[in-house]
Design a protein around this ligand. Sequence first.
Ligand SMILES: Cc1ncc(COP(=O)(O)O)c(C=O)c1O
Length: 414
Amino acid sequence: MLQGELPYDEAEADILLTCGNTDGFSKVIGALGTRGDTMLVEEFSYTIAVMMTAPFGIGTVPIKLDAYGMLAEGKGGLRDVLENWDEIKMGRSPHFMYTVTVGQNPTGATLRKQRRQEIYDLCDMFDIIIIEDTPYWNLQYTEASHDIQSGKEVKYPFLAALEKGYLTNDTSGRVIRLDTFSKTIAPGCRLGWITTQKKVIEGVLIAATESSTQQPSGFVQAMVSELLCRSWGMDGWVTWLESLRDVYEERMKLMAGILGHGREIVNVSSSSDFEMVTKTKFYTFYPPDGGMFIWVHILITSHPAYAEFLERGNSKADMMEKLWSWGAITQMSLPSPGGIFAGHECCKEKADEYLRFCFAAIELDEVKSATERWVQGIHEFWELEAGEIEKIGEEEVVGGRKGKLEIGFSSLHL
Ligand SMILES: Cc1ncc(COP(=O)(O)O)c(C=O)c1O
């Protein structure tokens, strides 16, 4: 297995082709979930996966995250949630989890070995099935993932250095891993695969496929297999994955550098007796350890007009929406609003304080100019008064800029 060794006999594992990870996830929850179930998710999670649970009558239960992914321990971590589950108040205890372990969407976090084992052990103890969605597996930016040692015993040093997924911990056969060609060949090829125990594939997932999409397009399968098996071969494929990582990493570093530079400004005011230096901090973020996104926490409550904006009957979410609109109208830069990544309604208020920036979809020079424009925009936004902020998105002139916002959230890259 290219993604690491299985702890059980490989003959017991199998793969099933899907039309990408969204399709794979839908088949898995369709097969495993029952109306009234709850699914464990990261508190900020992939919007589409969270949205997809509702039609199945399945709720979500958020688990806290930090810069390294889902928390195993501590308040709001997995152990805390599972040990304090109250079936009377909260319904049936969860029996499956959806998690994005590498380059998490939206936070960019990558789960490390030790915490992965801790979470796996908890899942084992509470009998939780792990649905691991890994579209960004080869896009890892940690130091360890660059620690490539070529040696005779490792065929692909690039792959060997990457952080592994839950399948490598799977001593009790509870992991269902979703992979896709969407991020490595093209989203439009709609081709991916599920790796899990043969019994799960034969028992439920083949039926879920036969009764819905059937096999993914044979035409696409032929093209991808021609590319991987004959044209490039496995060596060419791995070289391609490594160069993709390098391209995206360069874009990430450029964006993170510009965001880092613009996150605060130093103000110096002087009188005849003294000089006063103050700092205005606009946002914070961690450079991501993988994936395609930077998750930026806007310090919106420290905006000088925040209190007055609220006194005028607006909310924090309104102010974040105005900031988002300001960036779109005056700077033509369009991060995704954080609220859409809430793993559950109860995380929405916290998620609303974030914006998610995608550095993967545009070339290096555009990453530079779009990020610089957005930074310039937030500095200007901090100078606006409450009344001016209220007018953003209307036809009136605000701070010398005019424009009505016509871009909907549906145009965002999720
Ligand atoms: C975490 C996650 N899962 C799945 C997908 C979509 O994958 P696919 O195109 O294979 O359905 C995305 C795309 O943005 C994603 O971020």
